[in-house]
Design a protein around this ligand. Structure first.
Ligand SMILES: *Cc1c(COP(=O)(O)O)cnc(C)c1O
Length: 229
Protein backbone atom coordinates (compact mmCIF):
# COMPACT_ATOMS: atom_id res chain seq x y z
CA UNK A 1 0.00 0.00 0.00
CA UNK A 2 1.50 3.31 -1.08
CA UNK A 3 1.26 6.08 1.48
CA UNK A 4 -0.18 9.56 0.96
CA UNK A 5 3.34 10.93 1.40
CA UNK A 6 4.70 8.74 -1.41
CA UNK A 7 1.81 9.49 -3.76
CA UNK A 8 2.21 13.19 -3.08
CA UNK A 9 5.83 12.95 -4.18
CA UNK A 10 4.82 11.04 -7.31
CA UNK A 11 2.21 13.65 -8.25
CA UNK A 12 4.68 16.48 -7.70
CA UNK A 13 7.23 14.68 -9.88
CA UNK A 14 4.53 14.19 -12.52
CA UNK A 15 3.66 17.90 -12.52
CA UNK A 16 7.33 18.79 -12.74
CA UNK A 17 7.82 16.47 -15.74
CA UNK A 18 4.73 17.84 -17.47
CA UNK A 19 5.89 21.38 -16.86
CA UNK A 20 9.38 20.73 -18.24
CA UNK A 21 8.17 18.92 -21.33
CA UNK A 22 5.21 21.11 -22.29
CA UNK A 23 5.91 24.52 -20.85
CA UNK A 24 9.60 24.72 -19.90
CA UNK A 25 10.36 27.55 -17.54
CA UNK A 26 7.12 29.33 -18.30
CA UNK A 27 5.28 29.18 -15.02
CA UNK A 28 5.04 27.40 -11.73
CA UNK A 29 2.17 25.09 -10.91
CA UNK A 30 0.64 24.83 -7.46
CA UNK A 31 -0.72 21.48 -6.37
CA UNK A 32 -4.13 21.66 -4.72
CA UNK A 33 -4.72 18.39 -2.86
CA UNK A 34 -8.43 17.60 -3.15
CA UNK A 35 -9.36 15.99 0.16
CA UNK A 36 -13.15 15.69 -0.23
CA UNK A 37 -14.54 12.53 1.43
CA UNK A 38 -11.09 11.81 2.88
CA UNK A 39 -10.60 11.79 6.65
CA UNK A 40 -8.83 14.55 8.56
CA UNK A 41 -6.02 12.05 9.23
CA UNK A 42 -5.21 11.93 5.50
CA UNK A 43 -5.00 15.73 5.37
CA UNK A 44 -2.79 15.67 8.44
CA UNK A 45 -0.44 13.18 6.79
CA UNK A 46 -0.22 15.26 3.62
CA UNK A 47 0.37 18.44 5.63
CA UNK A 48 3.17 16.71 7.54
CA UNK A 49 4.72 15.90 4.15
CA UNK A 50 4.71 19.60 3.30
CA UNK A 51 1.44 19.93 1.37
CA UNK A 52 -0.13 23.34 1.98
CA UNK A 53 -3.23 23.83 -0.21
CA UNK A 54 -6.28 21.58 0.25
CA UNK A 55 -9.50 21.57 -1.77
CA UNK A 56 -12.93 20.62 -0.44
CA UNK A 57 -16.30 20.32 -2.21
CA UNK A 58 -18.83 20.17 0.60
CA UNK A 59 -19.01 23.04 3.06
CA UNK A 60 -20.15 21.14 6.15
CA UNK A 61 -17.65 18.33 5.62
CA UNK A 62 -14.91 20.90 5.23
CA UNK A 63 -15.89 22.78 8.41
CA UNK A 64 -15.82 19.53 10.39
CA UNK A 65 -12.39 18.70 9.02
CA UNK A 66 -11.09 22.21 9.74
CA UNK A 67 -12.24 21.84 13.35
CA UNK A 68 -10.25 18.59 13.73
CA UNK A 69 -7.22 20.24 12.13
CA UNK A 70 -7.43 23.59 13.92
CA UNK A 71 -3.87 23.16 15.25
CA UNK A 72 -2.61 23.25 11.61
CA UNK A 73 -4.62 26.33 10.57
CA UNK A 74 -1.59 28.54 9.96
CA UNK A 75 0.05 25.88 7.74
CA UNK A 76 -2.98 25.10 5.59
CA UNK A 77 -4.79 27.02 2.86
CA UNK A 78 -8.41 25.87 2.45
CA UNK A 79 -9.94 26.12 -1.04
CA UNK A 80 -13.63 25.56 -1.77
CA UNK A 81 -13.96 23.96 -5.21
CA UNK A 82 -17.55 22.67 -5.06
CA UNK A 83 -20.85 24.44 -5.81
CA UNK A 84 -21.79 27.17 -3.34
CA UNK A 85 -25.38 28.02 -2.37
CA UNK A 86 -26.26 31.38 -0.88
CA UNK A 87 -27.21 29.95 2.52
CA UNK A 88 -23.60 28.72 2.96
CA UNK A 89 -21.75 31.89 1.98
CA UNK A 90 -21.28 33.20 5.51
CA UNK A 91 -19.58 30.02 6.74
CA UNK A 92 -17.38 30.00 3.63
CA UNK A 93 -16.45 33.69 3.94
CA UNK A 94 -15.43 33.06 7.54
CA UNK A 95 -13.49 29.81 7.13
CA UNK A 96 -11.92 29.52 3.66
CA UNK A 97 -8.93 31.20 2.01
CA UNK A 98 -10.08 30.62 -1.59
CA UNK A 99 -13.29 29.90 -3.48
CA UNK A 100 -12.84 28.53 -7.03
CA UNK A 101 -16.52 28.05 -7.84
CA UNK A 102 -18.05 31.52 -7.96
CA UNK A 103 -20.33 31.78 -11.00
CA UNK A 104 -22.93 34.41 -9.98
CA UNK A 105 -22.62 38.01 -8.83
CA UNK A 106 -25.07 37.47 -5.97
CA UNK A 107 -22.79 34.83 -4.41
CA UNK A 108 -19.75 37.06 -4.82
CA UNK A 109 -21.55 40.02 -3.22
CA UNK A 110 -22.55 37.92 -0.23
CA UNK A 111 -19.00 36.57 0.18
CA UNK A 112 -17.62 40.11 0.10
CA UNK A 113 -20.19 41.43 2.59
CA UNK A 114 -19.68 38.48 4.93
CA UNK A 115 -15.87 38.30 4.86
CA UNK A 116 -14.79 39.14 8.43
CA UNK A 117 -12.96 42.45 8.81
CA UNK A 118 -9.86 40.91 10.42
CA UNK A 119 -9.14 38.56 7.52
CA UNK A 120 -7.36 39.29 4.23
CA UNK A 121 -9.60 39.49 1.15
CA UNK A 122 -11.04 36.13 0.08
CA UNK A 123 -9.29 34.83 -3.05
CA UNK A 124 -11.81 34.04 -5.76
CA UNK A 125 -11.83 32.30 -9.12
CA UNK A 126 -14.78 32.40 -11.48
CA UNK A 127 -15.94 29.00 -12.64
CA UNK A 128 -16.48 29.01 -16.39
CA UNK A 129 -18.63 26.54 -18.28
CA UNK A 130 -16.24 25.87 -21.16
CA UNK A 131 -17.90 22.67 -22.36
CA UNK A 132 -21.34 24.27 -22.78
CA UNK A 133 -24.59 22.29 -22.57
CA UNK A 134 -23.85 19.32 -20.29
CA UNK A 135 -22.52 21.07 -17.19
CA UNK A 136 -24.88 23.10 -15.02
CA UNK A 137 -22.23 25.01 -13.09
CA UNK A 138 -20.16 27.86 -14.36
CA UNK A 139 -20.73 31.18 -16.05
CA UNK A 140 -21.14 31.09 -19.84
CA UNK A 141 -18.12 32.55 -21.69
CA UNK A 142 -20.34 35.33 -23.11
CA UNK A 143 -21.33 36.48 -19.64
CA UNK A 144 -17.83 36.20 -18.16
CA UNK A 145 -16.43 39.71 -18.84
CA UNK A 146 -19.30 41.53 -17.11
CA UNK A 147 -19.17 39.16 -14.12
CA UNK A 148 -15.38 39.41 -13.85
CA UNK A 149 -15.37 43.22 -13.82
CA UNK A 150 -18.19 43.33 -11.24
CA UNK A 151 -16.47 40.81 -8.96
CA UNK A 152 -13.11 42.58 -9.28
CA UNK A 153 -14.77 45.72 -7.89
CA UNK A 154 -15.98 44.08 -4.66
CA UNK A 155 -13.99 45.27 -1.65
CA UNK A 156 -13.38 42.10 0.35
CA UNK A 157 -12.64 39.74 -2.50
CA UNK A 158 -9.52 39.40 -4.59
CA UNK A 159 -10.34 38.12 -8.05
CA UNK A 160 -7.46 35.79 -8.91
CA UNK A 161 -8.57 33.99 -12.06
CA UNK A 162 -10.65 31.32 -13.70
CA UNK A 163 -11.54 27.71 -12.98
CA UNK A 164 -13.14 25.03 -15.12
CA UNK A 165 -14.22 21.40 -14.96
CA UNK A 166 -14.40 20.27 -18.59
CA UNK A 167 -16.29 17.19 -19.72
CA UNK A 168 -14.03 14.14 -19.32
CA UNK A 169 -12.53 13.10 -22.65
CA UNK A 170 -9.63 10.84 -23.61
CA UNK A 171 -6.45 11.81 -25.39
CA UNK A 172 -4.09 14.71 -24.84
CA UNK A 173 -5.26 16.84 -27.77
CA UNK A 174 -8.95 16.51 -26.90
CA UNK A 175 -8.16 17.31 -23.26
CA UNK A 176 -6.12 20.36 -24.20
CA UNK A 177 -8.88 22.05 -26.19
CA UNK A 178 -11.13 23.22 -23.30
CA UNK A 179 -8.09 24.27 -21.25
CA UNK A 180 -6.85 26.31 -24.20
CA UNK A 181 -10.28 27.95 -24.41
CA UNK A 182 -10.13 28.90 -20.71
CA UNK A 183 -6.65 30.27 -21.20
CA UNK A 184 -7.87 32.44 -24.08
CA UNK A 185 -10.66 33.89 -21.91
CA UNK A 186 -8.11 34.57 -19.17
CA UNK A 187 -5.75 36.36 -21.59
CA UNK A 188 -8.62 38.48 -22.90
CA UNK A 189 -9.66 39.61 -19.41
CA UNK A 190 -6.08 40.57 -18.61
CA UNK A 191 -5.77 42.46 -21.90
CA UNK A 192 -8.94 44.23 -20.82
CA UNK A 193 -7.39 45.57 -17.63
CA UNK A 194 -7.86 42.87 -15.00
CA UNK A 195 -4.80 41.47 -13.22
CA UNK A 196 -5.54 37.76 -13.02
CA UNK A 197 -2.78 35.31 -12.08
CA UNK A 198 -4.60 32.01 -11.60
CA UNK A 199 -5.83 29.31 -13.97
CA UNK A 200 -7.31 26.50 -11.87
CA UNK A 201 -7.62 23.65 -14.32
CA UNK A 202 -6.72 19.99 -14.53
CA UNK A 203 -7.48 17.04 -12.26
CA UNK A 204 -5.84 13.59 -11.91
CA UNK A 205 -6.95 12.46 -15.37
CA UNK A 206 -6.02 15.55 -17.43
CA UNK A 207 -3.06 16.97 -15.56
CA UNK A 208 -0.66 16.99 -18.52
CA UNK A 209 -3.17 18.74 -20.77
CA UNK A 210 -3.86 21.40 -18.16
CA UNK A 211 -0.18 22.07 -17.44
CA UNK A 212 0.52 22.22 -21.18
CA UNK A 213 -2.10 24.97 -21.53
CA UNK A 214 -0.79 27.03 -18.65
CA UNK A 215 -2.56 25.85 -15.49
CA UNK A 216 -1.22 27.56 -12.38
CA UNK A 217 -3.24 25.37 -10.00
CA UNK A 218 -4.02 21.71 -10.64
CA UNK A 219 -6.63 20.04 -8.44
CA UNK A 220 -5.68 16.46 -7.67
CA UNK A 221 -7.58 14.08 -5.41
CA UNK A 222 -7.49 10.43 -6.42
CA UNK A 223 -3.81 10.36 -7.41
CA UNK A 224 -2.87 11.54 -3.91
CA UNK A 225 -5.43 10.02 -1.58
CA UNK A 226 -6.58 6.98 -3.59
CA UNK A 227 -10.12 6.24 -4.76
CA UNK A 228 -13.00 7.88 -2.92
CA UNK A 229 -15.52 5.67 -1.11
C1 LIG B 1 -13.11 15.92 -7.00
C2 LIG B 1 -12.60 17.10 -7.75
C3 LIG B 1 -11.27 17.14 -8.19
C4 LIG B 1 -10.27 16.02 -8.00
O1 LIG B 1 -10.60 14.98 -8.85
P1 LIG B 1 -9.64 13.68 -8.96
O2 LIG B 1 -10.13 13.02 -10.17
O3 LIG B 1 -9.87 12.89 -7.72
O4 LIG B 1 -8.25 14.16 -9.07
C5 LIG B 1 -10.85 18.30 -8.82
N1 LIG B 1 -11.67 19.34 -9.02
C6 LIG B 1 -12.95 19.33 -8.62
C7 LIG B 1 -13.81 20.50 -8.86
C8 LIG B 1 -13.45 18.20 -7.98
O5 LIG B 1 -14.74 18.19 -7.60
Amino acid sequence: MTSVTERLQQVKAHIHRANSSFAPGVHSVTLLAVSKTQPASAVREAAAAGQRAFGENYVQEALDKMASLADLRSQIEWHLIGPLQSNKTRAVAEAFDWVHSVDRLKIAQRLSEQRPAGLPPLNVCLQVNVSGEASKSGVAPDALPALAHAVAALPNLRLRGLMSIPEPVNGLDAQRAPHRALRALFDRLNADGLALDTLSMGMSADLDAAVAEGATIVRVGTAIFGARA
